[in-house]
Every structure is written in structure tokens, then in C-alpha cells.
Design a protein around this ligand. Structure first.
Ligand SMILES: Nc1ncnc2c1ncn2[C@@H]1O[C@H](COP(=O)(O)OP(=O)(O)OP(=O)(O)O)[C@@H](O)[C@H]1O
Ligand SMILES: [Mg+2]
Length: 248
């Protein structure tokens, strides 16, 4: 495996504690929403840029690792790869180099300084080609990694701008749509859900991120993101399952 990565990620000024706590609840929701069919490979996407996918993926990975489970973060956002930067630095080689037979798989899986958290960059100087994700080799890689880690989290570009997430999501066990509060309208979010469903993705939930503190201050209960599980068995698959059990 490649050298260690630093994961001393510097989150948002005062929300670090809340994001960490909320990521733990998000993990619990993901875990309990899929007891019969364990969701191990999870795509995070959003409608538009900057809704918080990369940040949430990192906190979610840490929450998973804190529970003693191993987790691999794959930066599958070839358009704007930021996981490496948030973790400390980019890796010159990544899974795209593996796909193109330029590097062995174990050389692109990097341990991080947080035990149980592993990181796979996409690599540098890579083409923005959807064929990478459509390839048999990407499929096989994902299937193999699923057997090596308890969870594999994939960061992807926003669905309203690029097709990538809709191509990757059906290959994963589940997809989570991140919605930045005040950034995406309900209509836009529904369109994204439709797009992912049409691609045969298994949408397991939505995260409402960046909720202003003043909207969430009930007593001392600060919350910065909230998770809504999707009940895929219900007729109206876009209907949110609210209630205390689904909040993060
Ligand atoms: N819960 C939050 N509270 C405050 N700021 C946040 C929160 N989540 C994300 N941010 C901020 O929003 C910005 C975008 O976050 P991030 O890079 O994680 O989003 P993204 O969806 O991955 O963006 P992109 O589409 O460019 O990949 C960053 O400046 C980040 O610090
Ligand atoms: Mg990102």
C-alpha cells in the first residue's frame, strides 16, 4: 500500500463537533435502513456543486471507522477531485491508473492516519471520460473492493451537470443525495432523484446539509444536517420518511 495520508481535515469553523455527531447518526441510519440487504458500496452525489458531498463523505468515513469498521473512500469525482486535498494532499496515481493498467490496485489504496480509513484518489492527469466508469474493469474493481472493506464510499460530481453519478450509482449498493439547504429547490432535488432512479440506482436517502443553526436550535440541540431515508417499497418512491428515527 502507498504511504500514509494525513486526515487532520480542518472542517468548518464551529461546526466540526456537530458534523461529526451528525455523521455518526447518518451512519446509523444507513446501517439500519438496510439490515436485510447490507449496503456496503455507497455513492454520494448532489444536484449542483458545493452542497457538501466531499465533506460529508470524510466525516461519514470517520464515523464508520470509529465503530471499528474499515472504510475506503474513492474519489470518483474526476471533474473536481477534492477528497485528497481535504485529507492533506492529492495522490499522483489513483484508480484511473489502475483501470488503464498503469498501476497495481494495492498501490493506489492508501491507508490514512485514521485507522480503518483508506483512500483511493482518482489520480492526476486523467481524462474526464465516462468510459472509465462504464468499463468492465471498474465494475470488477468495485466488486473486489466490496469484499476487502466493510464500506466503500464514492464521491461523485453533481447530477445536474454530469452523467457520472448516474453511471456509477447503479453499480453501488446504494446512493445518497446531498442537498444543501437553500441551494437546491425541491423540484431540482426531485429531478435528481428521478435521474438516479431512471439509471437504476438504489437511492437509500437524502441528506439535508448546511441547515442554518437558527433553524435547528431547539434547546441546546444543534444540528447541521438531517437524513431522510427513502422507503423504496412505497408507491411514491420520492416520499420522504420523516420522523425522529430518520433524522441525523
Ligand atoms: N455542514 C456544513 N456547514 C458549513 N459549511 C459546509 C457544510 N458542508 C459543506 N460546507 C462547505 O461547503 C463548501 C462545499 O463543500 P464540499 O466541497 O464538501 O461540497 P461538494 O458537494 O463536494 O462540492 P463539489 O460539487 O465542488 O465537489 C465547502 O466550503 C465546505 O466547507
Ligand atoms: Mg466534492
Amino acid at each position: 500500500m502507498a504511504e500514509n495520508y494525513r486526515t487532520s481535515y480542518k472542517p468548518y469553523y464551529k461546526s466540526e463537533g456537530s458534523l461529526r455527531d451528525n455523521a455518526a447518526v447518518l451512519y446509523a441510519n444507513i446501517k439500519f435502513s438496510s439490515i436485510d440487504n447490507p449496503v456496503k458500496t455507497i455513492v454520494l452525489t448532489s444536484t449542483i456543486p458545493a452542497e457538501g458531498k466531499t465533506s460529508i463523505i470524510i466525516f461519514l468515513a470517520m464515523a464508520i471507522a470509529e465503530q471499528g469498521k474499515s472504510v475506503l473512500i474513492i474519489d470518483a469525482d474526476l471533474r473536481r477531485p477534492r477528497v485528497g486535498r481535504y485529507l492533506g494532499r492529492r495522490n499522483e496515481i489513483g484508480f484511473v491508473n489502475y483501470i488503464f493498467k498503469e498501476a497495481p490496485l494495492d498501490s493506489v489504496v492508501c491507508p490514512t492516519t485514521t485507522s480503518n480509513v483508506y483512500f483511493m484518489d482518482c489520480g492526476s492527469k486523467i481524462p474526464n471520460s465516462i468510459e472509465i466508469f462504464e468499463s468492465e474493469k471498474f465494475d470488477q474493481m468495485l466488486k473486489f473492493l466490496r469484499t476487502q472493506f466493510d464500506y466503500v464510499l464514492l464521491d461523485t460530481p453533481p447530477v445536474s451537470m454530469f452523467i457520472d453519478a448516474a453511471v456509477i450509482a447503479p453499480k453501488a449498493d446504494g446512493a445518497v443525495l446531498v442537498c444543501g439547504y437553500g441551494q437546491t429547490s425541491q423540484k431540482q432535488a426531485k429531478d435528481s432523484v428521478e435521474q438516479l432512479k431512471n439509471a437504476n440506482a438504489n437511492i437509500i436517502g437524502c441528506v439535508l446539509n448546511k441547515i442554518p443553526e437558527k433553524r435547528l436550535m431547539y434547546g441546546n440541540n444543534k444540528r447541521y444536517l438531517r437524513y431522510y431515508g427513502y422507503d423504496v417499497d412505497k408507491k411514491d418512491k420520492t416520499k420522504r420518511k420523516g420522523g425522529a428515527n430518520n433524522q441525523a
